[in-house]
Design a protein around this ligand. Structure first.
Ligand code: ME8
Length: 524
């Protein structure tokens, strides 16, 4: 007999690894929360999931920031990396590993992939002269540089560039122009969303120059095998983290997770993940990841959040102010994943009060408190189902299939949108059936309406788990759902609440956010 995990299909997904050159900010939290939700969804859907995140600790940007702080880069990276790891915990992260590129296992993996590329004849020594952006840790072509009125030159993402001239190893990126274009043509899902794919294809079509992949003017990096005067270009080592975590170059328990199913990254680093990374892997003779998704950027609308809090961009402060599940829900529901978005105090409060507290919370509270009072605190026994009952149950049955499709395109907002639509329809159903009036006239019909409502709430709660894990868990608790009956297999039509099973005392799961900050500010 196979164990469940031996039978399960594997799913490997990653976030970008963050530069720990400062404290984590809301952009880092956003990417992590979204990837965590995807990981949780896949686990609940029966996959054997490996979810990786971590920190990217080499490069000139890290070195310069450490020097400014008067600290050794290794110690500086260590201090800040700890803050990132703390953030993953504060966000309720379900990551299976946290990789740091300063770790020994990562040196081994980076040197191993370098050797494979060198053995393939794709690395040669020459000298580099051209533009480099420390902020982006990126080389740019002359055609991508703009000279501004201040006399300074800037790269395509608006960061200043400097002239670099030194001996360097090169990777034969130009050789991979055609193979890359074929990859994009043959695998239309390799890059998402579609506008990112178009940008990348036109960049590659415009021609690829060989890439400088080592530096000699500093030593904070991974030594080039056989020529220790050089350290690897930070992106060669950074991208390799995804392999390192699977045990590469060894054949450990995790090696079967490669190739990754999904790299979740921000739109500013799509070029590295969809041009350089697949070219490195092709050269090394290694399988390519299946998909790279570039999400949008998150901005604070710039409005005043509160006198006492200021413009909250610190993820720890946001969790403190709103609570984790409100933050997770807002970010995943408000901004279509893939597009840029804004957040503000008002937007967070309005969105979560109207959908979590009013729509979902009230539906659960009203139906469950009636069951508590009038059905002996047991799941009621339904009678014959009417068309209205069948319709709302059918709508709840369809949700998993559409959610799965949306998740495979990383359209997280559509999953939450679907749940909200179902809950609104159920609120209308509940109001229309008037179970409170049926109590005297037709108690059996009342029991049916309460049963149907509770069953739909159960289905919604199971599907909400990846997004608001704590609150969805509490909701399933008040529905009396056993902890091992909460996976998506429990959404099969024949799996329903068991009439007669006892229910705990109902309690509110999604309280309204009471705007103490606004009250305080208003009073001043
Ligand atoms: O780019 N909104 O690290 P990083 C949304 N070390 N996402 C944002 C954001 C914002 N305001 N700001 C940043 C790096 N991000 C490299 C990655 S991967 C092998 C190496 C996203 O700390 C950004 O797009 O600058 C990236 O995906 C992630 O946060 C880490 O950014």
């Amino acid at each position: 007999k196979f164990s469940e995990s031996a039978m399960a299909e594997r799913y490997y997904l990653t976030t970008a690894i963050s530069y720990p050159n400062g404290r984590p900010h809301i952009g880092h939290a956003y990417e992590f929360i979204a990837t965590d939700a995807l990981a949780r969804f896949k686990r609940l859907d029966g996959y054997d999931v490996f979810f990786l995140t971590g920190t990217d600790e080499h490069g000139i940007k890290m070195l310069q920031t450490a020097r400014k702080a008067g600290i050794e880069p290794r110690d500086f990276a260590e201090q800040n990396s700890a803050e990132f790891e703390k953030m993953t915990k504060a966000l309720g992260g379900s990551n299976d590993d946290f990789i740091r590129t300063s770790e020994e296992r990562h040196y081994a993996a980076s040197q191993a992939i370098w050797k494979l590329m060198a053995d393939a004849g794709d690395i040669y020594k020459d000298s580099y002269s051209g533009w480099y952006s420390v902020r982006d840790e990126a080389y740019y072509g002359e055609d991508e540089i703009t000279l501004k009125e201040d006399g300074q030159r800037y790269g395509p993402q608006g960061s200043p560039v400097e002239w670099v001239e030194e001996e360097s190893y090169f990777f034969k990126l130009s050789k991979f122009q055609e193979p890359l274009l074929e990859l994009y043509e043959n695998n239309p899902d390799f890059i998402g969303p579609a506008e990112r794919r178009n940008e990348v294809m036109s960049f590659v079509r415009s021609g690829l120059r060989d890439l400088s992949v080592s530096r000699t003017t500093f030593d904070w990096g991974i030594p080039v095998p056989g020529d220790e005067k050089h350290v690897m270009y930070v992106w060669v080592d950074a991208l390799t983290n995804y392999l390192t975590a699977t045990g590469f170059p060894g054949e450990g328990d995790r090696s079967a997770f490669w190739p990754a199913d999904l790299h979740v990254i921000g739109k500013d680093i799509v070029r590295f993940h969809t041009v350089y990374w697949p070219a490195f892997l092709m050269s090394a003779g290694l399988p390519l990841p299946k998909r790279v998704f570039g999400h949008g950027f998150l901005f604070n609308r710039g409005e005043k959040m509160s006198k006492s809090v200021g413009n909250v961009i610190d993820p720890f402060a946001l969790i403190e102010t709103y609570g984790l599940d409100r933050l997770r829900y807002f970010l995943l529901r408000e901004v279509p994943f893939g597009q840029d978005g804004n957040y503000s105090h008002d937007a967070i409060v309005n969105r979560t009060n109207s959908e979590l507290a009013n729509d979902i919370g009230n539906l659960a509270q009203r139906s469950l408190s009636m069951i508590g009072k009038h059905c002996d605190a047991k799941v009621p026994t339904p009678g014959a189902l009417t068309e209205a009952d069948e319709a709302i149950l059918a709508q709840s049955h369809q949700l998993l299939a559409t959610a799965r499709e949306a998740i495979d395109r990383q359209e997280i907002h559509h999953v939450l949108g679907g749940i909200v639509t179902l809950v609104s329809a159920t609120n209308r159903y509940f109001a229309g059936e008037e179970p409170w009036a049926l109590r005297k006239t037709d108690p059996e019909r009342m029991a049916t309406v309460l049963y149907v409502t509770a069953e739909v709430v159960r289905r919604a709660a199971i599907l909400l788990q990846p997004f608001v894990p704590d609150s969805a868990g509490k909701l399933l608790d008040v529905l009396g759902v056993d902890p091992d009956r909460r996976s998506f297999s429990e959404l099969a039509p024949e799996r329903t609440l068991q009439p007669g099973s006892p229910l705990p005392t109902p309690q509110g799961v999604f309280p309204r956010f009471v705007d103490k900050l606004a009250e305080e500010d208003g009073a001043k």
